[in-house]
Design a protein around this ligand. Structure first.
Ligand code: SF4
Length: 266
């Protein structure tokens, strides 16, 4: 599938829930956000139907996101169902890592290829301050478990204010080098005002070559993170929603006043 700007669209990011066990200051307010009603959240069967149609249209890379994907009940079953779809070359997950030590082995057995784990500092107090509730040791245990389970390469998503030369970012980079992890620096973004930049060490935020679509937990296909555009698979039908999303994919991002990071999975 190619869009109007001759970009090959082969990557679908699937938000499986808008719930999260953490309250990161740059993602959601302390009290949390208004959650999607349970009955509006796509079932596993629905998600698989969307992914299958996507694969028929050229998707070969799928990433599971949230909120926090590991708090969705029976997530291992969903990974298994998606990994059985012919045509998926890369099945990855973005997680805050808190529950990864418990799930790494079953995720790998279910067919997950690799993980991205969020880590913005090595300082336990700062980590607690950023996440409001998190205990950093659970993430370190998750990283070790992912290594042992073979969910590699492991990429570390490190959110920065301005530059990778910030002290915490430097420490995370050194930690990644020492532990054979790949670090990616993500500058804080603002959906409403359209403030975003390219991911340092990755290809996110690079509109010129953007290859991605997003599926929200309540069944909207979004052609762009920084756009209000969304196409409802329940209203339009899956294939029509995909085709309209691709046809309408903007040349570059602007503002998104419809979503929150927690319900679109970044
Ligand atoms: S802002 Fe939109 S077009 Fe640009 S990289 Fe992100 S999703 Fe792609």
């Amino acid at each position: 599938m190619y869009d109007r700007f001759k970009r090959k669209i082969n990557y679908l990011r699937v938000s499986v829930t808008d719930r999260c066990n953490l309250r990161c200051t740059y993602c959601m307010p302390e009290k949390g956000v208004d959650l999607i009603k349970h009955e509006d959240i796509l079932s596993f069967e629905d998600i698989v139907k969307v992914v299958k149609t996507g694969v028929e249209l050229g998707i070969d890379k799928v990433r599971l996101t949230g909120g926090e994907p590991l708090i969705r009940r029976s997530i291992i079953d969903l990974v298994n169902m998606i990994s059985e779809i012919d045509g998926i070359k890369d099945l990855a997950m973005t997680t805050n890592g808190v529950f990864l030590d418990r799930y790494a082995v079953p995720l790998a057995k279910a067919g997950l290829h690799r993980v991205n784990i969020s880590l913005d500092t090595l300082d336990p107090e700062k980590y607690k301050k950023i996440t409001r509730v998190g205990i950093i040791d659970s993430v370190f245990n998750g990283i070790e478990a992912a290594k042992k389970a073979g969910l590699i390469p492991i990429k570390i998503n490190c959110v920065i204010k301005e530059s990778p030369s910030e002290p915490d970012a430097q420490e995370v980079a050194a930690f990644c080098k020492k532990n054979n992890l790949q670090v990616r620096f993500i500058k804080e973004m603002d959906l409403e005002t359209g403030v975003f930049s390219r991911v340092i060490g990755g290809d996110g935020g690079y509109c010129k070559i953007c290859n991605r679509l997003r599926l929200t937990a309540n069944g909207k296909i979004k052609p762009c993170l920084f756009s209000d555009l969304e196409f409802d698979v329940r209203e339009l039908g899956i294939e029509k929603a995909f085709r309209q999303a691709i046809d309408m994919k903007p040349k570059s991002g602007s503002e998104n006043r419809v979503n929150k990071f927690s319900n679109i999975g970044g």
